[in-house]
Unconditional design. Structure first.
Ligand code: TYD
Ligand code: MG
Length: 467
């Protein structure tokens, strides 16, 4: 362990994976269970602070200072609606943003395109690459048709050199691709290690804030789904975006999981093309475009992502399990939630999946986390098990409680409007708390799951059929 001259009581130990603090070092974080993630930290003393977020050093301000309230943070739009919406309405000056995603998912492409857009809209942009040579980035820019863009480019990994560049050139926006390749010569561990990533992110963010530079950090995601290195980078920035998608699919989704300047959970949908990422203005149509004739196990779910309705297809497949434990396999949804739905179907509707393998998939590589998908999932499962297709023009949504009762969900009206816009004629949903929504659609409001199963498949819980 590094020698530290500070007295023991001044030391703090922080888990670089979950950010929990501990009073002493240990090999395993008690909070999140990660091994070897606890690092020693020297807490900042109060006196020589240089960090300023808008107050004079050591001073306070009235909470309702009209001058600051009226001056909303200046924003610059990229002019790409899918990106601007995820940022909460454009890029906020001097903000810090982390963009995470699997290697090869398209982060560098997205950010180079964004850099060119912001540069075209008047920002001075520096793109720092630590992973590729300048020639490689220039070639990519040519392929994307961006080679006339005024974006400045640097291939650099030494933090000190990068800060010097920023000091002399003072851009409005700097993009660091990626944070895992940056290293500070004050920290004696390898680039990509937890302490290097922490130090580099901290230096860059505080420096940029002080100089009024917006900074975008690119971070690779590990197999476990965390941004490689410290989760604490997420705490250092104003906005955390994930760039997701399934390999082999052309859709890419930029998702805000934290945003100090706009709604979280907002998504932007892009399509990969030979000329880079193209924005998708009507994602529902795109996500449903691959749907063929309605097959058993296929259900259209009317979902909400952020502030926007999004229709997508949920597919289930049920097959006899060969021997031993039946499989439960989920792509794009929560596995625990699937087990809950299966349990409710068994307990409240008398429909058992014992001895059956269950596969559940959200089409198009989308990931859904809303409980409103419960009812659509349950219907897909029963439809697959009974080998009975549902009507093609019907959307389904609603949350299921453990009692089997259906709970109303948020933004019902938006969901129904989107369904109508895309040509659907009926909806199966929980009982509406108030009248008026979904005029023009045939609404089948249901009280609980057993009613739905009885109405759609003619199965009644009183007489569970033999299997
Ligand atoms: P890249 O942006 O390098 O991914 P990351 O920075 O996340 O590792 O993209 C990976 C590959 O995909 C690269 O070879 C370019 C290709 N690609 C396209 O051809 N079109 C696209 O729209 C995107 C996003 C990527
Ligand atoms: Mg890259």
């Amino acid at each position: 362990m590094r020698h530290n001259p500070v007295m023991a009581k001044d030391l703090a130990f922080t888990c670089s994976s979950c950010g929990a603090t501990h009073s002493k070092w240990s090999g395993r974080c008690e909070a999140c269970g990660a091994w070897n993630s606890i690092v020693e930290e020297q807490p900042l003393s109060a006196a020589p602070t240089s960090k300023s977020m808008g107050t004079k050093r050591g001073r306070t301000l009235p909470l309702t200072d009209l001058a600051t309230l009226e001056a909303a943070p200046p924003r610059t739009e990229a002019g790409v609606a899918e990106l601007d919406r995820v940022l909460g309405g454009g890029l906020v000056a001097a903000s810090a943003i982390l963009v995470g995603g699997d290697p090869g998912i398209g982060k560098s492409t997205l950010l180079l395109q964004a850099a060119a857009r912001f540069a075209r809209n008047g920002l001075k942009v520096i793109y720092v690459t630590g992973e590729e040579s300048t020639a490689q980035v220039q070639m990519r820019a040519r392929r994307l048709g961006l080679d006339q863009s005024p974006v400045r480019l640097a291939a650099e990994t030494n933090l000190r050199d990068i800060l010097t560049t920023l000091e002399t050139e003072v851009p409005d926006l700097v993009i660091i691709d990626s944070i895992q390749t940056m290293w500070a010569d004050t920290v004696d561990s390898a680039p990509g290690s937890v302490s290097q990533v922490r130090a580099a992110a901290h230096e860059l963010v505080t420096f940029a804030k002080r100089r009024g530079i917006a900074v975008i950090l690119v971070g690779h995601v590990t197999k476990e789904g965390a941004i490689a290195g410290p989760r604490v980078v997420e705490h250092m920035v104003d906005c955390v975006l994930y760039f997701e998608g399934e390999r082999g699919h052309q859709f890419r989704i930029l998702r805000a999981v934290k945003n100090r300047f706009g709604p979280a959970d907002e998504i932007g949908v892009f399509e990969m093309t030979g000329k880079g990422l193209a924005e998708v203005r009507n994602p529902s149509a795109l996500f449903l475009s691959e749907r063929g004739t309605p097959a058993p196990g296929s259900v259209v779910f009317a979902g909400i992502e952020g502030t926007r309705p999004l229709l997508c297809e949920i597919q289930a497949l049920v097959a006899p399990a060969p021997q031993g434990q039946a499989r439960r396999s989920v792509v794009g949804w929560d596995g625990g939630r699937l087990n809950m739905i299966l349990a409710v179907l068994e307990a409240r509707c008398g429909i058992s999946f014992a001895g059956l393998d269950v596969y559940l998939n959200v089409a198009g590589g989308l990931r859904i986390s809303e409980p409103a998908a419960d009812l659509a999932v349950a219907c897909a499962l029963v439809s697959a098990r009974q080998d009975a297709a549902l009507p093609e023009t019907c959307v389904i949504f609603g949350e299921i409680s453990l009692s089997g009762a259906l709970r109303p969900v948020v933004q019902t009206e938006n969901r129904l409007k989107e369904a109508q816009k895309l040509g659907f004629t009926s909806a199966i949903l929980p009982i509406l708390p108030k009248r008026g929504a979904g005029a023009g659609l045939d609404l089948r409001e249901m009280r609980d799951l057993a009613d739905v199963v009885a109405a759609l498949f003619g199965l009644s819980p009183e007489a569970p059929e033999e299997t």
